[in-house]
Design a protein around this ligand. Structure first.
Ligand code: CO8
Length: 261
């Protein structure tokens, strides 16, 4: 098994549960967290028995309160530029992960924490969750996707207001605004997210990958190109064994057994 410094990784059947584990600094994202998450996502993606992942935060207070301010405070600009810190999350976590994953936001999701949550395929939030992009207060701006993903998720008015004022949005406002899929009591967050992940894990895996690629394509293409891509993915999926099984199981009124073939 892999060993990690800053996260906990366990498997629950076909679901990989990744817990950010620096509770004393409200799970702030430093370079070790970055490396650990990249390793954990690579292991998840490579294991054919793992079909959905969850990222959550340890403790009851925070998902992640941002990039680690103590690590950034004395770092020279040239180092930020040359390290291009976090660019590997885009390539190694977001783009390299074809399988679905969910952010279970259990408290503060601020700055880089909000940005990490928005990298997930969707967010399930506890009632005490708080989202924000407070970078402006530190004399910086969002640096790992906040200005782009938040704007796409909730629109210009609210995204601009949040980035300019640094104010937090509670879980219910986040749900109304389209940032989170569902809000549940904190005590139920892990169980509800695991249930959702298990439901996804039971789906035909290639169809799940197809759905993820298609929804993501909606942010990258024109409507015409997106619709064409959708038809092509649909057509490809009709050639899979799991499509024969899925339709056969429906007609025979039994549960399908899917192989990812
Ligand atoms: N980094 C480092 N340490 C942190 C962070 C953080 N982001 N957030 C909290 N902590 C630490 C605190 O310093 C404190 O440590 P200690 O006990 O040693 O003093 C501990 O966690 C507990 O925090 P608080 O005592 O502050 O807890 P409160 O309940 O009083 O407040 C808050 C909770 C409101 C969440 C508060 O901690 C806070 O405002 N945190 C900072 C939030 C923030 O500004 N986040 C944005 C950071 S910048 C960012 O994420 C940029 C991303 C893109 C970077 C790209 C770089 C290339």
């Amino acid at each position: 098994a892999m060993s990690y410094e800053t996260i906990l990784v366990e498997t629950r059947g076909p679901v990989t549960l990744i817990t950010l584990n620096r509770p004393k600094s409200l799970n702030a994202l430093n370079s070790s967290v970055c490396e650990d998450l990249i390793k954990a996502f690579a292991a998840f993606e490579a294991d054919p028995d793992q079909r959905c992942a969850i990222v959550t935060g340890s403790g009851e207070k925070a998902f992640a309160a941002g990039a680690d301010i103590k690590e950034m405070a004395d770092k020279p600009a040239a180092a930020f530029f040359s390290e291009d810190f976090f660019s590997r999350w885009t390539s190694h976590v977001v783009k390299a992960t074809r399988k679905p994953w969910i952010a279970a936001v259990n408290g503060f999701a601020l700055g880089g924490g909000c940005e990490l949550a928005m990298m997930a395929d969707f967010i399930i939030a506890s009632e005490n969750a708080k989202f924000g992009q407070p970078e402006v207060k530190l004399g910086i701006a969002p640096g790992m996707g906040g200005s782009q993903r938040l704007t796409r998720a909730i629109g210009k008015a609210k995204a601009m207001e949040m980035c300019l004022t640094g104010r937090m949005m509670d879980a219910h406002e986040a749900e109304r605004s389209g940032l989170v899929a569902r809000v549940v009591p904190l005590a139920d967050l892990l169980d509800e997210t695991l249930k959702t992940a298990e439901a996804i894990a039971a789906m035909p895996p290639l169809a799940a990958i197809g759905c993820k690629e298609l929804v993501n394509a909606a942010f990258e293409t024109t409507l015409d190109q997106g619709l064409l891509f959708e038809r092509r993915v649909f057509q490809v999926l009709t050639a899979t064994e799991d499509k024969a099984e899925g339709m056969g199981a429906f007609i025979e009124k039994r549960a399908g057994v899917f192989k990812g073939k």
